[in-house]
Design a binder for this molecule. Structure first.
Ligand code: NAD
Length: 521
């Protein structure tokens, strides 16, 4: 693809206001800096297809500097205690709040996600910044009655330096919230954002620099090689990754090849089932399907999207009709146009990939009921694709099994409950699922039987802070957004105190006891 640097600006142009003429730098040891070798990489505006600016292209040397800084800063950060660390969180929260509009706009410009949704991402991030210290306050050890003459208790300490690698679809939210549980438990951090969407993370780096002591948070931008340097660094004991299954598997392998034993958590893809039972409130379910696809948040580029909708035959035709009509009304425009419900995909290559899924689904016999083309009114040169609804999808089709990670919702009809469950569970992923019915027994039974880590009943998409988010099967390992995640960033230690028998302990201490008196007789 050929690209040209953007030259046209108007006073009202958000690119001119928030990007042009500005330097975006990494954060290492408290200093905002360029890459050690001066390398830069372009970042594109998916709404126009043009280069926005360049950002540092960090190398292994930058990762090494960042890890060394994090390692130096860690003991003092841990010693600060929970209250001291929570003060830094409060400072970060105020800075994010003061810069909400800019952060949301940077995400819209750089990722293509609609700006209204990105404002909501920043607000959600704020609630996490405020929420984590309280959750950490409740962390505790245990006293275990493991023997009759001993005291057995557990305590814990931070893992040390954590490497955090994030995906492109919620750039600010991932950079702002995913590091928090590691930080509040006394770890220090090196963050590597996705190369497609570095801008809001680099702006956040400036806020981290104001809110936290030097070296506690470090941000290094770059691609796969930069990520690999972090994964294989011997000092990084704990790795947390959000991204695709192939890269997740590679990270597990490369972590082992580093020669050091590491703890790796993976938040990977999904092929999530929305199950529609025949007694459903159809309007609510159609709205739930659209919301659950995250079309109006990130063009369906979400791990949690309900990309397979399994609809009972009694309501199937009406559901499909209403869904196609509702999806057809989604306004696809420049991401920073206030009227946009949906923006462009993150890159031209990704749009080509998504179109490929649509073409092959058509060849396999699925019917395209809405979308799949150039949206009316969207700029020709951006990476736009109107949201697509496919009906007549069969469980064995590629589009029903593989993660598209784009604006494609597949509808599958069913009659038999057991067959439906087999289809719902018959994929390699197990991240989210939802059940739509008025029958509470059936809802709970179905929720139990669905092989997924996060299940909604008559709801979709929403994350509830404090409840564990994560997947089964190839959707990952570990759970986030909850107390489970806090404990994943600390290493427990069991302490055993062998107590002497009461009489000899008292005698050694020079105390006269009833036992002494008896022995003296
Ligand atoms: P990706 O796997 O291509 O990249 C993710 C990150 O890994 C990027 O920062 C990338 O630079 C880095 N990376 C690439 N190769 C690497 C290597 N060899 N070593 C270390 N790091 C490397 O994913 P993506 O395209 O950015 O995001 C889409 C995927 O992320 C989808 O599969 C989606 O389902 C998943 N995702 C999952 C969640 C979740 O919470 N489960 C959330 C968002 C996205």
């Amino acid at each position: 693809m050929t690209t040209t640097t953007r030259t046209t600006t108007t006073p009202a142009d958000p690119v001119a206001r928030y990007v042009s003429g500005r330097e975006f730098r990494m954060l290492i040891a408290g200093e905002l800096c360029a890459a050690a070798d001066g390398a830069v990489a372009p970042t594109l505006d998916p709404s126009t297809g043009q280069v926005l600016t360049t950002v540092p292209d960090g190398s292994a040397a930058d990762v090494h500097r960042a890890v060394a800084a994090a390692d130096r800063a860690q003991p003092a950060w841990a010693a600060l205690g929970l209250d001291g660390r929570a003060d830094c969180f409060a400072r970060l929260g105020r800075l994010i709040e003061d810069n909400l509009e800019e952060l949301a706009m940077l995400d819209a410009i750089d990722s293509g996600n609609p700006v209204r949704a990105m404002r909501q991402d920043v607000r959600i991030s704020l609630s996490y910044v405020r929420g984590w210290p309280g959750l950490a306050q409740g962390m505790h050890g245990q006293v275990i009655p493991a023997s009759p003459d001993g005291l057995h208790y557990t305590t814990w300490r931070p893992c040390g330096v954590v490497g955090r690698i994030t995906a492109f679809n919620h750039p600010f939210m991932f950079a702002a919230t995913r590091p928090l549980p590691a930080l509040i438990t006394g770890n220090t951090l090196v963050i590597k954002p996705a190369p497609q969407t570095p801008l809001s993370t680099l702006r956040l780096a400036e806020l981290f620099a104001e809110a936290f002591p030097p070296g506690v948070v470090n941000v290094v931008t770059g691609g796969a090689e930069t990520g690999d340097a972090l994964v294989t660094h011997p000092t990084v004991k704990r790795l947390a990754f959000t991204g695709s299954v192939p890269v997740g598997l590679l990270i597990q392998r490369r972590a082992a090849e580093s020669g050091r034993v590491k703890q790796v958590s993976l938040e990977l893809g999904g092929k999530n089932a929305m199950v529609v039972l025949p007694d459903v409130d159809l309007d609510a379910a159609v709205e739930g399907a659209v919301e659950g696809m995250n079309l109006e948040v990130c063009q369906g580029q979400s791990c949690g999207s309900n990309s397979r909708v399994l609809v009972h035959s009694r309501v199937h035709d009406e559901f499909v009709h209403r869904l196609a009509e509702r999806v057809g009304r989604i306004r696809v425009l420049s991401a920073y146009d206030e009227r946009a419900d949906m923006g462009p995909l993150v890159s031209d290559a990704h749009r080509t990939r998504v179109r490929g899924f649509l073409e092959r689904a058509g060849t396999a016999g699925a019917q395209l009921l809405a979308g799949g083309g150039q949206p009316e009114g969207a700029p020709e040169e951006g990476f736009f694709l109107s949201p697509a609804v496919l009906a007549g999808v069969e469980p064995q089709m590629e589009v029903a099994r593989d993660e598209v990670f784009g604006p494609v919702v597949s509808v599958l009809g069913w009659d038999d409950y057991d067959d439906m469950l087999e289809t719902a569970n018959g994929v390699d992923f197990g991240l989210t699922a939802s059940v739509w019915t008025r029958d509470l027994d059936l809802a709970h039974r179905t929720a139990q039987l669905l092989d997924a880590g996060y299940v909604w009943v008559n709801d979709s998409s929403r994350h509830y802070f404090g409840t564990p988010f994560g997947g089964t099967k190839d959707s990952g390992t570990g759970r986030e957004e909850s107390v489970d995640e806090l404990y994943s960033y600390v290493e427990p230690k069991a302490v055993h105190v062998r107590l002497a028998p009461a009489a000899s302990a008292a005698r050694r201490a020079g105390l006269v006891t009833a036992i002494d008196a008896v022995e003296a007789q």
